[in-house]
Design a protein around this ligand. Sequence first.
Ligand SMILES: *[C@@H]1O[C@H](CO)[C@@H](O)[C@H](O)[C@H]1NC(C)=O
Ligand SMILES: *[C@@H]1O[C@H](CO)[C@@H](O)[C@H](O)[C@H]1NC(C)=O
Ligand SMILES: *[C@@H]1O[C@H](CO)[C@@H](O)[C@H](O)[C@H]1NC(C)=O
Ligand SMILES: *[C@@H]1O[C@H](CO)[C@@H](O)[C@H](O)[C@H]1NC(C)=O
Ligand SMILES: *[C@@H]1O[C@H](CO)[C@@H](O)[C@H](O)[C@H]1NC(C)=O
Length: 474
Amino acid sequence: MGSSFPKDFFTGLSFGKTLLVSGLVLYLILVPFFTTQVSQIFLIKWASSSQPVIPKDPSRTNLSHIAFGLLGSVKTWPHRRGYLEAWWRPNQTRGYVYLDKPPTPDLLPWPQTAPPYRVVDNISYLLQHIKPRFELMPRMVHGILELFKEEHDNMRWIVMGDDDSIFFVDNIVDVLAEYDHTKYYYLGWHSESVISNYWFSFDQAFGGGGIVLSYPLAKALVKDMDGCLIRYAQSTSADLITMTCIADIGVNLTPHKGIHQVDLHGDFSGYLSAHPKVPLMTFHHFDAMDPIFPSMDRMESTRHLMKAANADQSRLLQQTICYHRQTNWSFSISWGYSAQIYERIMPRSYLQMPIETFRPWARGPKPPFYMFNTRPLSEDPCEAPHFFFFESVYKSISGAELITSYVRARPRGLPACSSSGNHSSADSISRIQVFSPAKKRIQIDRCECCDIIRVDNAKAKVKFRECKIDEIIA
Ligand SMILES: *[C@@H]1O[C@H](CO)[C@@H](O)[C@H](O)[C@H]1NC(C)=O
Ligand SMILES: *[C@@H]1O[C@H](CO)[C@@H](O)[C@H](O)[C@H]1NC(C)=O
Ligand SMILES: *[C@@H]1O[C@H](CO)[C@@H](O)[C@H](O)[C@H]1NC(C)=O
Ligand SMILES: *[C@@H]1O[C@H](CO)[C@@H](O)[C@H](O)[C@H]1NC(C)=O
Ligand SMILES: *[C@@H]1O[C@H](CO)[C@@H](O)[C@H](O)[C@H]1NC(C)=O
């Protein structure tokens, strides 16, 4: 546009002419500027509410390129199979659960709903020579070789886990599709407990949360498997042996905050209500904690969470925060899991810190116990939230929205918060309904925003949308 004016246009103009011309310039500049802004808003809306967000690229990584290796045992299978069956997609997910010995007759016929099983290789020829400190450790690492041997055709990624690992496969596909599978990658994340990382390593992927290897890395690791197990036979941990051998290949950990070892005990709801802003990929150790939903057992809880996961994994546990100005309440939604009302305006950065409802796996002598900041459980009415848990998910009649409902877990049992005005408490609210676009949300550079569209005596309605370009959430 500037090129339509001669270069010396502004030189030698009288004042009046300048005014006139600058009006013209403003006009010329502003119109296209507004147009661009409008079309940007339009584009964002369009992208989040119509199908082809991901171009149909035939070379894109999909579920068929990922091989899962799950380490189990005949002893733990009967009470843990439900964790794998909750996410396994028969005839779509590929891989095996590795058992320490052949299944006993009562476990047969093997269920179609579970990953097919394999019995781990007998590597006693190797163990005789290396005399490992714990025989189980090399056997577990050897599982990578056993999976690779069978599943290397059209395979791009290996994902190793345990028989109590819960995987969110749509998100795993979307995350891995962003990486070049022809390069060397080792993805995982550390333990939530500081002391576990100190004992083992801050630089290793913890196996129950999941160890993710790209094809070339898996191939190199498998090629030198015997050498690796011999070199590190004295190690006390299979995950540590894996990391050590990968380091010998020249590859280091790429941390991903969606992978969860869950080295925690007790009530996990504080963490699940403030998940880091990345796609959720895995959970481990549900067996070692309280059930994640009140009045459900662990298996029911797992299946319940999968109802939300099957509707929209891209939003699952993503925390969305908005404020109700008329009452000075903060709403925090962890999509598909929980909703909270605070009777005070609190900054997003504060609400993103998990409330410490849980305990560390093992406690060091003094804090810090966790690899993240926490907020204390509080009895202060201006600090303690009203807690609601995921109840159901429906598609709207038009098909454009998903409606998730969250019901009150328990009465809060505290007076109203009076410091930010003397208003009524949220005690009467028994249900929160959340309306979110029925389309996967791929962009994660920014959170979603929301509006409180209605609050009455019993119910609150919240609508998700993309944040406006310069919107401040405060
Ligand atoms: C996955 O990608 C392969 C190409 O590598 C293609 O043949 C296959 O149909 C795709 N599968 C799905 C389920 O999209
Ligand atoms: C998986 O495929 C096999 C045959 O290929 C079929 O017999 C079986 O019913 C399928 N299982 C499911 C759960 O679709
Ligand atoms: C593994 O192989 C050794 C011989 O190499 C044999 O003595 C042992 O019984 C085998 N173990 C199992 C569980 O089959
Ligand atoms: C909300 O809080 C502000 C300051 O914290 C206060 O001035 C205002 O009166 C409050 N509004 C209500 C409705 O309580
Ligand atoms: C709040 O309102 C009640 C009456 O509804 C009154 O008794 C109380 O003193 C008020 N508290 C504050 C801090 O204004």
